[in-house]
Design a protein around this ligand. Structure first.
Ligand code: ATP
Ligand code: MG
Length: 678
């Protein structure tokens, strides 16, 4: 008979069989960390542990889905409903929803994304009479986010940051703290969370209610975390709170792949694990199952240029595989055409499918040329994590109506509807309406009933506001009371507020936008079909949580995937192209500046780790290309660029170098050295 763990090598088995106490599995990319964690979960269940007693944290929802599917395949589908497997955000949301009233929120509470949070901050800056040039809302949001991730309260903001020699004066941070405090008040008032709250509030909940903490500690007897190198302080804290007192905590990771330092992740957490848990068993996996020797050796040599590394077990494989194909191009256009030709070549002559291929870039901006060229070469492609379906303007607009439907306190949604729908009443008057409501202890919608009470609103403007109140707000209030399926509700709302005539007609391309709205409504119908008993509220929450997935996402289709190196974390593809490997792009200009200014001596090391992540996604063939000039931002200006320093850190004997140029007078490209690839 075949045993479950026969699918693992001895080291992996050792990890999957160590069920008690703290365990750290630390090993390079492709060594089977995620696989080991998956099998360990199955093993726990086979040993009689209830799925509900295992908490498993993955970095993305996609990774959670994949892992869940694999575990079900190993031990049966019936365990699925009971599993606690997901991202930090989704797990915390589940805990918070079970305890809403304890954290000053109520049913209907929704999550604000970055755009929402920045809009709130803009409003606060306006209300405080501050200048956006001095207090950039996006920057303030970053400061607040970072503070929340580090569990720093408004009162400590100035102390913690201004003194730490960070940019900005003490006065600046005092004001930022004032905005932070007001921001928290607005969120509570609007019955909403932001993403960082999900973790922060869960910790606060546990810290103020020991009994509750104990309940969850007993529930989650076994804790497992994938990609542990990228946990931030608040996530680290949460895990250590929950793990006590048994400390059955199993974490896997690779310090060489820590790439979210810019978002508060701290590779110190994985490096300190043995210090935090002196009883920890440390297991190093020794074999790479993913990549060819050329890819392993080259990426190892690259990462050895970092100083902040933990030593890994060395490994090699017998077959070197194809060399790494390095290409220099005259321009981004030439580079894009080169990539397209290589892709078609692989598909036509080497039996690869389009879906075997991924193109990775530092940020989406660099893949524009390629996105234009791919259709010309008849290459189907999917942009992963670009402007998502749910970020489309008409969808975002329509979602505001639904948000107000499920959460009557969502004043941000209300204000947005006002801005979308009511013409001729600007920001100043809107803020006057707000002020009037506040001073007279009224709801803002009460003021909409008789708007002329506000100074500056004459009869014409008042008529517009009253019409808005009747058609939109009253409709939403009526619908809220009605018992009907969520799809019918959304559809009726769409029709009764006359969204097509009043909103879509005002935008460009209304017909196309209507198509997207229909897709969106269809998605709601599907959700209703597959999740009976759940409502619009669950739908909206879920959509926010799974922002790293997309309606257009489908693994079934045979498409080349384009994504950022960050988004590729944990994934693998037979063929990988890394494009735009240039100084100031990859490593990113910001990291060079941070390092030069002495703000972060490890900024370029993080870029190198990201490059390492990108390279190690490849199983068989890796292409890396760079161009001599590139447009770097929206100013449209070309800038001369040098090849990335990372390229000179790769072993020359494992590279196959080509130069590609545009053919004079022709449309094609020419390989200076005609490479016989693979
Ligand atoms: P990363 O650091 O990139 O997340 P990882 O260490 O999590 O990588 P996995 O994704 O778990 O690595 O494994 C890499 C590949 O190797 C997967 O396709 C996996 O199925 C395969 N693999 C790992 N271990 C074994 C094994 N013992 N036998 C066969 N295949 C394996
Ligand atoms: Mg992994």
């Amino acid at each position: 008979m075949k045993y479950l763990l026969d699918d693992l090598n001895p080291k992996q088995q050792e990890a999957a069989q160590t069920l008690k106490g703290p365990v750290l599995v630390i090993a390079g990319a492709g060594s089977g960390k995620t696989r080991t964690l998956t099998y360990r979960t199955a093993n726990l269940i086979q040993q009689g542990v209830k799925p509900a007693n295992i908490l498993t944290v993955t970095f993305t929802n996609r990774a959670a889905d994949d892992m869940q599917a694999k575990i079900a395949q190993l031990v049966g589908n019936e365990i699925l409903a009971e599993m606690n497997l997901g991202t930090f955000h989704s797990i915390c949301l589940k805990i918070l929803r079970e305890n809403l009233t304890k954290i000053n929120r109520m049913e209907g509470c929704l999550i604000y994304d970055t755009t929402d949070s920045v809009a709130i901050i803009e409003d606060i800056i306006f209300e405080f009479g501050l200048e956006e040039t001095e207090y950039d809302p996006a920057l303030i949001f970053n400061i607040i986010s970072k503070a929340k991730m580090e569990l720093v309260k408004p009162t400590n903001l100035t102390k913690n940051y201004a003194k730490a020699g960070k940019q900005g004066s003490e006065h600046f941070y005092q004001t930022a703290a004032r905005i932070y405090r007001e921001y928290e008040r607005v969120l509570a008032n609007n019955n909403s969370f932001d993403f960082n709250d999900l973790i922060k509030k869960t910790i606060e909940l546990f810290e103020t209610d020991q009994q509750l903490l104990q309940k969850y500690q007993q529930k989650f007897c076994y804790i497992q975390v994938d990609e542990y190198q990228d946990v931030n302080h608040s996530q680290y804290k949460l895990i250590s709170l929950l793990a006590k007192p048994q400390n059955n905590i199993f974490v896997v990771g690779d310090d060489w792949q820590g790439i979210y330092g810019f978002r508060g992740a701290d590779i110190g957490n994985i490096l300190e694990f043995e210090h935090d848990y002196p009883a920890a068993r440390v297991i190093k996996l020794e074999r790479n199952y993913r990549s060819s020797n050329n890819i392993i050796e080259s990426s190892n040599q690259l990462i050895n240029n970092n100083t902040q590394n933990k030593v890994k077990a060395a490994w090699t494989r017998a077959d070197d595989g194809a060399p790494i194909f390095l290409a220099r191009a005259d321009s981004p256009l030439v580079e894009a055409k080169y990539v397209c030709k290589r892709i078609n070549h692989l598909v036509d002559f080497y039996n690869y499918k389009f879906s075997d291929i991924a193109v990775l870039c530092r940020s989406h901006f660099q893949s524009m040329q390629l996105q234009n060229q791919l259709p010309k070469f008849r290459i189907p492609h999917q942009l992963v994590g670009g402007v998502s379906f749910f970020d489309r303007q008409e969808i975002r607009y329509f979602v505001n109506y639904l948000k107000l439907l499920v959460n009557p306190n969502d004043k941000l949604a209300l204000k947005r509807l006002f801005r979308i729908e009511v013409h001729g009443v600007g920001e100043i008057l809107l803020s006057e309406i707000n002020k009037y409501a506040r001073e007279n202890k009224m709801e803002i919608t009460d003021v909409f009933e008789s708007p002329t009470v506000v100074k500056g609103i004459g009869n014409n403007k008042a008529a517009n506001i009253i019409e808005f109140q009747r058609r939109v707000i009253d409709t939403i209030y009526d619908l809220r009371e009605q018992k009907m399926g969520m799809y019918q509700k959304a559809l009726q709302l769409y029709e009764e507020v006359a969204f097509a005539d009043n909103v879509l007609a005002e935008l460009d391309n209304p017909a196309e936008r209507e198509k997207y709205i229909n897709m969106f409504l269809e998605d709601i119908a599907n959700f209703q079909r597959y999740h009976p008993g759940r409502g619009l509220y669950d739908y909206l929450l879920l959509n926010k949580l799974i922002a790293d997935k997309d309606l257009a996402d489908s693994d079934q289709e045979d498409q080349v995937k384009i994504m950022t190196a960050h988004a590729a974390k944990g994934l693998e593809f037979p063929v990988v192209f890394i494009i735009a490997a240039e100084e100031e792009v990859f490593p990113h200009l910001k990291s060079l500046e941070e390092e030069a200014a002495g703000r972060n001596p490890y900024a370029v090391e993080e870029e190198r780790r990201l490059f390492y992540v990108a390279m190690t996604r490849a199983e068989k063939i890796l292409f890396i290309s760079f161009a001599h000039r590139r447009v770097q931002n929206n100013d449209g200006q070309y800038k001369q660029l040098l090849p990335s320093r990372f390229l000179s850190e790769l072993p020359a004997e494992r590279l196959d170098f080509t130069s590609v140029e545009s053919k004079k007078g022709g449309s094609g490209i020419q390989l200076r050295k005609n490479v016989q690839i693979i």
